[in-house]
Design a protein around this ligand. Structure first.
Ligand code: GLU
Length: 493
């Protein structure tokens, strides 16, 4: 079997949202499933729309997602674009350069080959002529497109010109899409389209066909919006005598509002999601499942990357659109956080604590980490779970202490009795704290729930923290007692 080679071919005209990375995930998973190669190619032929930093963004995000590129831009090529940075990888490979603006001479060569074989021609129509033609077509209610005026004019190569493809008009084109099955066009939706612009740059159509061929790509996975361009790509393959790639056109991802996912939707930029405390593996798993399922009646939703590689197939991709649901992503992130080995959780949470200025002794954080892990959905929530350990005046949610089965007087009783019990303890471990406090509420004829809320707020300031007795043990006797006393001062006498 020939080696499976897939590519991710972003245009650096903006910053990919996570939905855009799904194409990369699928292409990567397919290649790795078959032990093949995954390639990054930068499609930057639209120089005016190229956004500085967009290539770096793609490379860095793929790395964050743990996706290794087998071939892609070399450091030297990045440098040639003014896009190298400290720590930029030197990917490279045998089919480089992997940046289209550095492959211009190759596209010109192929365009000339098509002119020589009679499949393309030079056209020197001016923008004004094209505009006039367009207006006339519109007035006649025809669909606008180039009439083919220069087809037989033999425009000489030394005049400014574009090269156009001679589209065969009276024939149908079909292919078998790996997701959608047979797709057929009875009339070709494009007229003589430009392949090479007057500045020598190729259009997307020429560049994508040449590169997929030259880079020995076997499967081109791309968004459904490219399906309408596929006939011209197939005709180009035919004109060049090349074997076309297997195309797989991926379904759209919508936001929960039913509109196509875009930057307008919140929480779609992977860098922002990272800053919001999402894990790369959770995002990858979540995004992969928008439009793909393992099949065979399996309802498995959480996969390791190795499992995804093992189970991935194009047959599992849906034809219909999927939804990016941020609530589900959050749920999945929580699951992934819980699955982390505790040392790894601590390591990943650390930068978030630092950023939020939550400085707590490492041993104290470590003692509570496994409990925190159970209670958060994103790493940004960790700080709020342990900041009660900090040596600083506590702000207490006093409003939440009273109400539902608890009033000022009862709260005072709970705090007094707890103070007494805890004060008498010779040692301060979770177990003895537990024994000392268990009976307090019942002794006072109160429900344990509200009583513990009062205590929790007194000592940590909050209603949601790691388990109470563990938290007390980690904070230490002196602090716990002084915080309970402080709270008694705060309660109206
Ligand atoms: N450059 C195109 C894009 O950014 C990809 C087209 C393709 O994969 O064939 O969407």
């Amino acid at each position: 079997m020939t080696e499976v080679r897939t590519r991710f071919a972003p245009s650096p005209t903006g910053f990919q949202h996570v939905g855009g990375f799904r194409t990369a995930f699928y292409a990567y998973l397919l290649a790795k499933h078959f032990g093949g190669k995954f390639i990054l190619r930068v499609e930057d032929t639209d120089r005016e729309r190229t956004v500085p930093g967009a290539i770096r963004f793609v490379i860095e995000e793929l790395k964050w997602f743990g996706i290794e590129l087998d071939e892609g831009p070399s450091r030297e090529d990045l440098k040639a674009l003014g896009e190298d940075w400290e720590g930029a990888p030197d990917i490279g490979g045998p089919c480089g350069p992997y940046i289209q603006s550095l492959r211009i001479s190759r596209y010109k060569e192929v365009a000339e080959q098509l002119v020589a074989s009679g499949h393309a021609y030079r056209c020197d129509c001016t923008p004004e002529m094209l505009e006039r033609e367009r207006n006339e077509q519109m007035a006649r209610k025809e669909s606008p497109g180039y009439s083919g005026y220069c087809r037989t004019r033999n425009v000489p190569a030394d005049k400014p010109h574009v090269i156009r493809f001679k589209m065969p008009t009276k024939r149908s084109v079909s292919f078998v899409d790996a997701i959608r099955g047979k797709v057929q066009w009875d009339t070709i939706p494009l007229r003589d389209t430009v392949l090479l612009k007057s500045d020598g740059f190729p259009t997307y159509h020429l560049a994508v066909v040449v590169d997929d061929h030259d880079m020995k790509i076997t499967h081109a996975l791309r968004g459904i919006e490219w399906l309408s361009s596929t006939p011209i790509h197939l005709l180009l393959y035919e004109a060049l005598g090349w074997e076309p790639v297997t195309f797989a056109h991926l379904p759209v991802i919508n936001g929960t509002d039913g509109k196509k996912l875009s930057k307008r939707h919140n929480a779609t930029n992977s860098k922002e999601l990272r800053e919001q405390g999402y894990l790369a593996e959770a995002i990858m798993n979540f995004v992969t499942l928008i439009g793909w399922a393992p099949g065979e009646g399996s309802d498995q939703e959480v996969f390791t990357c190795e499992e995804l590689v093992q189970k991935f197939s194009l047959a599992g991709i849906n034809e219909s659109s999927g939804v990016f649901d941020p609530v589900k992503l959050q749920w999945m992130n929580g699951l992934y956080i819980r699955k982390l080995p505790v040392e790894e959780f601590i390591k990943r949470a650390q930068p978030f604590l630092e950023k939020e200025g939550v400085v707590v002794p490492a041993d104290q954080f470590a003692a509570l980490a496994s409990h925190v892990q159970e209670r958060v959905k994103t790493l940004t929530e960790v700080g709020g779970m342990v900041d009660f350990l900090m040596d600083r005046p506590l702000e207490r949610q006093m409003d939440a202490m009273l109400g539902k089965g608890m009033d000022n007087e009862k709260a005072r009783q709970v705090l007094f009795l707890s103070l007494e019990r805890l004060g008498a303890l010779p040692e301060f471990t979770t177990e003895v704290i537990d024994q000392a406090l268990r009976g307090v509420a019942t002794e006072l004829g109160l429900k344990p729930g509200p009583a513990f809320v009062a205590l929790r707020i007194a000592v940590t300031g909050k209603t949601i923290t790691p388990p109470l007795f563990e938290s007390f043990a980690v904070l230490g006797k002196d602090k716990v007692l002084s915080r309970v006393r402080e709270t008694l001062e705060l309660l109206p006498k």
